[in-house]
Ligand binder design. Structure first.
Ligand code: NAD
Length: 345
């Protein structure tokens, strides 16, 4: 019986995960869940961000973590979010941030005349290195002479394993193209390493066309001609940014799912969106990203048919206009959850 650690977190994380759990209950009733009371509320109550034993428990006792979102304006430092989310990515060594960009219904695409087959690619974002390691420092803080340094870390091992993961996924799924994106023209050390590693791994996959775009051109091309992409691999920061753009072209941040993976190990699944403090508590958040994320989790647990059932049910909701207001609908969060359950039946 797969064991899932559930972490609603902050803001709309609670609202969207509730619907995701209803869907999981219907599709995979054999899963067992343990809820973790972590997030801003807990931090403000007793100062706990991440208890010492939890990461080890996630690693040893659970197959996956299902997370809502972390971030709360009452904790401006976001220390709890960093400890929990970045902590999990680093300590569980979840080096793949897997983010599909798939248009389920053309009505919700902001791009002109795009069909579902035109917006259908995946992004492999490096998830444990780059600019998110916190390496750096501040000097003469809060003075006129202040210096702040943020260092980007790229290791050969780290770059190679994410690039290899992208090619391996492409081969396994019958894809023919992998595009690597960096900024090697301006960032000559770390991104030169990406260039060399990409070329050497690509040589092992002669049937796959390996291409390269600087990240500024990538963002432009994602809008102008998203149909050219099948698999994109990039670093932590660029992946973070381009997948929000990806979310927008697939119909909005409320539809974007993601998995933090290290194949064979406990993984962490979360919608791409954050805790959306501006709409939290109003019951209007779109739960479909969390629902699709639940589907992705089932796929990872070896149940691709269940993942497909959930995707089809979400597509039916979109088709029938059972959507929240940011997509032009009138449904509340829980009503969208019920519509997914109806579509599953
Ligand atoms: N993985 C995560 O947990 C994660 C990711 C991004 C941001 N954050 C955190 O979330 C907080 C808010 O960040 P932000 O405002 O930059 O990003 P956000 O994704 O929370 O919100 C951006 C905009 O999208 C809207 N939105 C987001 N999700 C939605 C949904 N499901 N349905 C309808 N509308 C939705 C919000 O209302 C807001 O207008 C910050 O503390 C940030 O650090 C957390």
């Amino acid at each position: 019986m797969p064991r899932i650690a559930v972490l609603p977190g902050d803001g709309i994380g609670h609202e969207v995960l509730e619907q995701g759990l209803r869907v999981l209950g219907a599709v995979a009733p054999d899963l067992s869940f343990e809820h973790f009371d972590l997030g801003a509320e807990r931090y403000l109550r007793d100062g706990t961000t991440m208890p010492a034993d939890v990461m080890g428990r996630w690693r040893e006792e659970f197959d996956a973590v299902y997370l809502g979102a972390l971030g709360d304006p009452r904790v401006p430092s976001n220390v709890h979010a960093r400890d929990i989310l970045l902590g999990a990515r680093f300590q569980l060594d979840l080096y793949i941030n897997f983010r599909p960009v798939r248009l389920l219904d053309p009505r919700y695409c902001p791009l002109k005349d795009k069909r579902p087959e035109d917006v259908d690619f995946v992004v492999f974002r490096e998830n444990t290195e780059g600019l998110y390691t916190g390496i750096g420092g501040q000097f003469k803080r809060d003075t006129e002479d202040e210096v702040a340094i943020e260092q980007e870390m790229n290791t050969r091992k780290g770059v190679e394993r994410i690039v290899r993961a992208a090619f391996a996924w492409a081969r396994q799924h019958g894809k023919t193209k992998v595009c690597m994106s960096d900024k090697a023209n301006a960032m000559r050390h770390g991104h030169d390493l990406w260039q060399r590693v990409f070329k050497s791994v690509a040589a092992e996959y002669p049937e796959i066309k390996a291409s390269h775009l600087y990240v500024d051109v990538l963002t432009m091309q994602m809008v102008l001609a998203p149909e050219q992409f099948e698999v994109i691999v990039t670093n932590n920061l660029f992946g973070d940014i381009v997948t929000d753009l990806g979310a927008a072209i697939q119909g909005g941040i409320g539809l974007a799912a993601s998995g933090n993976l290290n194949p064979g190990k406990a993984a962490l699944f979360e919608p791409v969106h954050g805790s959306a403090p501006d709409i939290a508590g109003k019951g209007i958040a779109n739960p479909l990203a969390a629902v699709l994320t639940a589907g992705m989790m089932l796929g990872y647990l070896g149940r691709p048919a269940d993942e497909k059932r959930i995707q089809d049910a979400v597509a039916a909701c979109l088709r029938e206009g059972n959507v929240t207001r940011e997509l032009g609908g009138t449904r509340m969060t829980a009503e969208v959850g019920s519509a997914v359950l109806d579509a599953l039946r």
